[in-house]
Design a protein around this ligand. Structure first.
Ligand code: AMP
Length: 304
């Protein structure tokens, strides 16, 4: 029986500038961070595309985790590239310098029979038309479908994003993105709007270094952050959060409130590891005991 989490999203080479320095052409991408993070909890199948410049060592790194790459296509051309720079006074703010879709511009995902039957789907940040395409190929309705996106797609593919939103159970967005998507500045109003208009059951709002908040029908749960000694590079924190959150939920195969709250804490835990180094440097070499210890220290601070 297929029991894995299917993820579609970007696999990228990122160039970032933070107060700690710059790193060019480092392994990144929403689906990369998500897959590595979720793999500590659950087996993952990755649907994406890379170019012929994608390095063997990066393939090996992804394959070295519990990530099935049979639907990761490799085609002629350049891998997706993203360049960003963080506000040195406020690391929660960043500017995208460039987005080069490259091989993603003509990407057509083709799901294997096994992946068409995946019970859980995470639609990581990528063109919402690709997210829809993946949903269309599923032969069974996923038990849980989750969605993440970003300002680039809110600006460029709003209507397609709305269509995806109507087909998922859990939305995960950054606080700035949800405000932009709904054109509302008060978070309560923004989340309520999403629930009413798109019938999304749960909404998770990521608040950067301040943790994350779960919203559902008047319910609000704040998951406190783990304060790292130094944030080196915030890139991928959101996707790593989503990997921990989704990995934990799908490992337990439940969406009751207590499980969701714990999943939020595992999300914050995985996000905190991601920011301690550039790229996936730290995320890729964690031990289960490191993850459990950090999650426990957050749980001790929260009212669950
Ligand atoms: P996060 O910091 O969690 O929001 O995610 C950052 C990752 O998203 C980076 O590794 C980028 O490669 C990737 N990314 C940036 N812009 C886009 C985009 N428009 N579509 C898909 N992925 C993107």
């Amino acid at each position: 029986m297929n029991n894995s989490v299917l993820v579609v999203g970007s696999v990228a080479y990122d160039s970032v500038k933070t107060p700690s320095g710059t790193r060019d052409n480092a392994l990144g991408g929403s689906a990369t961070y998500f897959s590595i993070s979720a793999s500590y909890f659950k087996n993952v199948s990755l649907v994406a595309v890379v170019g012929d410049d994608f390095l063997e060592k990066d393939f090996a790194l992804i394959n070295g985790k519990d990530v099935d790459t049979s639907d990761l296509q490799r085609v002629k051309g350049k891998t997706f590239r993203w360049q960003g720079s963080y506000d040195f006074g406020d690391l929660n703010q960043r500017e995208t310098i460039s987005t080069d879709l490259n091989v993603f511009a003509d990407f057509k995902p083709i799901l294997s029979k096994t992946n068409q039957n995946a019970p859980y789907v995470f639609l990581a940040n990528i063109d919402p038309e690709l997210q829809l395409d993946v949903l269309e190929q599923m032969v069974i309705k996923p038990k849980i479908a989750l969605l993440d996106s970003m300002n680039y797609w809110i600006d460029n593919k709003f209507e397609a994003l709305e269509k995806v939103l109507r087909r998922i159970n859990i939305l995960i967005l950054d606080v700035n993105e949800i405000k932009e998507f709904t054109s509302k500045t008060v978070i309560e109003e923004a989340t309520q709007f999403i629930q009413e208009h798109y019938n999304v059951e749960f909404i998770v709002v990521k608040n950067g270094e301040h943790g994350s908040t779960l919203w559902s029908n008047g319910l609000k749960f704040n998951a406190p952050p783990y304060k790292v000694a130094e944030i080196i590079d915030p890139t991928g924190a959101g996707d790593s959060f989503a990997g921990g959150f989704t990995g934990y939920l799908t490992k337990l195969q439940k969406t009751d409130l207590q499980t969701l709250k714990k999943a939020m804490i595992y999300g914050n835990t995985m996000g905190s590891f991601a920011v301690e180094t550039f790229s996936v440097d730290k995320l890729v070499k964690l031990s289960i005991s490191e993850i459990e210890n950090r999650a426990k220290s957050i749980m001790d601070k929260s009212n669950i």
